[in-house]
Design a protein around this ligand. Structure first.
Ligand SMILES: [Mn+2]
Length: 310
């Protein structure tokens, strides 16, 4: 039922005692006292309402499984697992509210919380949690995505296609949104027009393919003019052959190496400017459509990077 936190994941993983104490893997870092934390949002309702292929509700568990045996270098960071918020059937709004309340509470004791979606409806819960916790701060939004996700909620209500529209609606004056990787085939003229009207800065997949550094200045500018940074990664920004396990695989897409670099730029620029990134999320993984677990592993590489960075 809604409201119950599922904390059942088994973090027992591979051990290599013959290699000594440096043979450390991600599962060794899991500790309730962690400054950085993972929180799952096991939700299919947003993608179902958006007429997509369901399966994202299985993503938090699949990403944890892909994470647990990754090598972690020599870090001593402790990472808490805050469990999952399960969203039953169509209870999307109640799930987003619970995600926001949970983030607000857990941000008292954690420096960064990485939310594992769910579809992109996860983002409205993540942003609402940040807003609850930091009512006066300017929040800069960076989205890596093939889609603007700026659609107006229709008859079915909010969905995985509407989170940034909802964020703007909740605070039109301070809305500061940078979207990297959009595909011209995946965003109607109505959405592109809305983005221009609302001062959204966009960089296309073509532009990033031609020049992987092209977004660096826009990222630094957004970080510079805000107090805190919210990073949201929609895995469908990557090409289908690297990211088959999503509702909407990309025919073109921005390569994993470029996405990984963009995440690095966001993390290092926010740290250098002293602008924290208290919440980030990784959304849209759909394990039923994955191939050999490679999509989950790709998501886990990004999760590891965000959780090990300062
Ligand atoms: Mn999206």
């Amino acid at each position: 039922m809604q409201g119950k936190r599922n904390i059942a994941f088994d973090w027992l993983g591979r051990e290599d005692p013959e290699d000594g104490p440096l043979a450390k893997r991600f599962h060794h870092l899991i500790d309730p006292k962690g400054t950085h934390a993972i929180l799952g949002f096991a939700c299919d309702a947003g993608i179902t309402r958006n007429k997509g292929r369901s399966g994202a509700g299985y993503a938090p568990e699949a990403i944890r499984k892909a994470l647990k045996n990754l090598a972690v270098g020599e870090t001593n960071r402790a990472i808490a697992d805050l469990g999952d918020i399960p969203v039953v059937d169509d209870a999307l709004e109640a799930g987003q509210t619970l995600l926001a309340i949970t983030l607000d509470k857990e941000l008292r004791s954690h420096k960064r919380i990485l939310v594992l979606g769910g579809g992109h409806e996860t983002a409205f819960g993540s942003f609402s949690g940040l807003r609850l916790h930091y009512p006066e701060k300017r929040i800069g939004i960076i989205n890596l995505d093939a889609h603007l996700d700026l659609r107006a909620p229709g008859a079915a209500g909010a969905s995985s296609g509407t989170p940034f529209y909802q964020m703007r609606e909740s605070d039109p004056i301070n809305f500061d949104y940078l979207c990297l990787g959009i595909a011209e085939e995946s965003n109607t003229a109505a959405l592109l027009q809305r983005a221009r009207d609302w001062g959204v800065k966009t960089i296309t997949d073509h532009e990033l393919i031609a020049n992987p550094n092209i977004a660096d200045t826009a990222i630094q500018n957004l970080i510079g003019r805000n107090d805190i940074i919210y990073l949201t990664i929609d895995l469908d920004v990557m090409p289908h052959y690297q990211m088959p396990g999503v509702s909407a695989p990309a025919a073109r897409g921005v390569s994993f190496s470029t996405i990984e670099r963009l995440v690095d730029v966001c993390l290092s620029a926010s740290a250098a400017a002293g602008k924290p990134m208290p919440v980030a999320d990784i959304v849209e993984l759909s394990p039923p459509f994955d191939k050999d677990g490679t999509s989950a592993t790709t998501a886990a590489f990004l999760a590891r990077k965000i959780l090990l960075a300062d």
